[in-house]
Design a protein around this ligand. Structure first.
Ligand code: SF4
Length: 392
C-alpha cells in the first residue's frame, strides 16, 4: 500500500503571494517573483533592481524555492509592480502563483545524467496553458532533476528524475511511480498535476497530503498502480553546487556565488546583469553564472565566491521588522555570527522556522527575552535541543 497521510481539512485559502497578489507583511507589501528553472535574464535583473530600489526595501531576497521576493512595497501602489510585468516576469495573470518549477542548476553545464535545460521553460508554458492548473496551490512544486538528486531532494510534489540521458522516473511526493522518457516529461508532469486536482481531496495543497496520491496518479497518468518505496529524504548537500569555481563539461568555467543572507541589493543585481546575459538562482540561495564571471568584482561587492566563506553557512528568515510574528531582528543577529560560524546555521524569529534548509543544520530560534534556543536538526528533519542550549 502507498504511504497513508490523512489530508488536513483546509480552513483557509492558500495565500501564497505573487506579484499581482502581494502579501501584506509588517514592513509593507511582499511580492514573490517566480523564476521557473531559476532563470534570471539580465533584463529581468535590471527590472527587479529598479523595482527594489524605487519601490521596495532596496533589495531582492532569494527564497528556498529559487525565487525572488521584494519587501517593503507600498500597499497602495500596485503600479510599482508594473515594471516587473513589463519585463515579462508575469507571463500569465491566472497562473503566476503556480509557476513553481525547480531544475538542476548545473544541468547541461557540469555533471548530471541528462540535460534538462530548456525543460523548465517548456513546463512553465505548458502549466500556464492548462486552464485547470490555475487551481493549483501556490505551494505545489514541480522539479526536473538531471539525475544527481539535487532538486529531487527539495520535496517536490511532482518530479521527473533522469536515469539516463533520455529516460527517467516520475516521482509523486517522493515516491517513484513509473518510467517516463525525457521527451514525454513535460506532458506527463502536466497531466499528473491535472489528475491531482481531479482527485478533489478537500482542498489539499500538496500531493503528500492526499492519501494514496502516488498510486492514484500512477493509474491516471501511466495506467499502472505500481509504485516503489518513498524516496528517502537524505541530506543531499554534496549533490548541490557548492560556492566557487566549477569546471564545465566543455572545459570552460562556471561560477557559483552566494549573496550574504540571500540578499541582492539593487546594485548587486545590476552587477550580475553586466557580467552575464543570464544567471540561475538556486533553491539554496546561491547563484550560478554559467560562463563564470569576475570573481574579484563579485567578492568586492560582498558576494561569497569560494566554499570557505562563512557566509555560505548562515541563513535567516525575514524576522523583525518584516514579520509581525518575529521575536527579534534575526537578520542582524545572523550577520554577527557569520564571522566565526563553522556549522550550517539557520536563524529564525519564531517556531515556524520559515526558510529552514533541507538537510542537517543548526537552528537558532529567537526567544522573547532576546536569547536564542539552539536546536540540532538532522538530515531527516528531526530536531533535538542543541548542546549549547540558549545563546544570548
Ligand atoms: S520563522 Fe517566524 S519570524 Fe521568521 S519569517 Fe517565519 S513566521 Fe516570521
Amino acid at each position: 500500500m502507498p504511504p497513508s497521510v490523512a489530508p488536513p481539512p483546509r480552513v483557509r485559502a492558500d495565500a501564497c503571494p505573487g506579484v499581482l497578489a502581494p502579501h501584506d507583511a509588517a514592513d509593507g507589501a511582499l511580492a514573490r517573483i517566480r523564476l521557473p528553472g531559476g532563470v534570471l535574464t539580465a533584463a529581468a535583473a535590471r527590472a527587479v533592481a529598479d523595482c527594489a530600489q524605487h519601490h521596495g526595501d532596496g533589495a531582492a531576497h532569494l527564497t528556498s524555492r529559487g525565487n525572488l521576493q521584494l519587501r517593503g512595497l507600498r500597499r497602495d501602489d500596485p503600479a510599482a509592480l508594473s515594471v516587473l510585468v513589463d519585463a515579462g516576469l508575469v507571463p500569465s495573470r491566472t497562473h503566476e502563483r503556480v509557476r513553481n518549477v525547480l531544475a538542476s542548476p548545473l544541468s547541461g553545464i557540469a555533471g548530471g545524467l541528462a540535460d534538462v535545460r530548456g525543460l523548465a521553460a517548456r513546463l512553465d508554458a505548458a502549466v500556464c496553458a492548462s486552464a485547470p492548473l490555475a487551481g493549483l496551490s501556490g505551494r505545489f512544486l514541480f522539479a526536473l532533476d538531471d539525475g544527481r538528486g539535487d532538486v529531487a531532494a527539495e520535496a517536490p510534489d511532482l518530479c521527473w528524475r533522469a536515469r539516463t540521458a533520455t529516460s527517467g522516473t516520475l516521482l509523486v511526493a517522493g515516491t517513484p511511480v513509473g518510467s517516463v522518457a525525457l521527451a514525454d516529461a513535460v506532458d506527463v508532469l502536466v497531466h499528473a498535476a491535472e489528475a491531482f486536482l481531479a482527485l478533489g481531496s478537500s482542498g489539499a495543497w500538496r500531493a503528500a497530503e492526499v492519501d494514496g496520491a502516488p498510486a492514484h496518479l500512477a493509474a491516471a497518468v501511466l495506467g499502472n498502480e505500481r509504485h516503489g518505496e518513498a524516496t528517502e529524504r537524505r541530506d543531499c548537500a554534496d549533490r548541490r553546487p557548492g560556492v566557487g569555481d566549477v569546471l564545465r563539461d566543455d572545459g570552460g568555467r562556471a561560477l557559483v556565488i552566494a549573496p550574504v543572507l540571500g540578499e541582492l541589493a539593487a546594485d548587486d543585481l545590476r552587477l550580475l546583469a553586466r557580467l552575464a546575459p543570464e544567471v540561475l538562482v538556486t533553491p539554496w540561495r546561491t547563484i550560478v553564472l554559467p560562463c563564470g564571471g569576475d570573481a574579484g568584482a563579485l567578492a568586492a561587492a560582498g558576494f561569497a565566491v569560494d566554499a570557505d566563506s562563512p557566509a555560505t553557512l548562515v541563513s535567516a528568515c525575514a524576522g523583525s521588522p518584516g514579520c509581525a510574528k518575529s521575536l527579534a531582528d534575526v537578520r542582524s543577529h545572523a550577520r554577527t555570527i557569520i564571522v566565526d560560524t563553522q556549522t550550517r546555521t539557520h536563524v529564525v524569529g519564531c517556531g515556524r522556522r520559515c526558510g529552514a534548509p533541507h538537510g542537517a543544520h543548526r537552528s537558532l530560534v529567537a526567544r522573547a527575552d532576546g536569547s536564542y534556543d539552539t536546536e540540532v536538526v538532522s538530515g531527516d528533519g528531526r530536531r533535538s535541543q542543541g548542546s549549547s542550549g540558549r545563546t544570548a
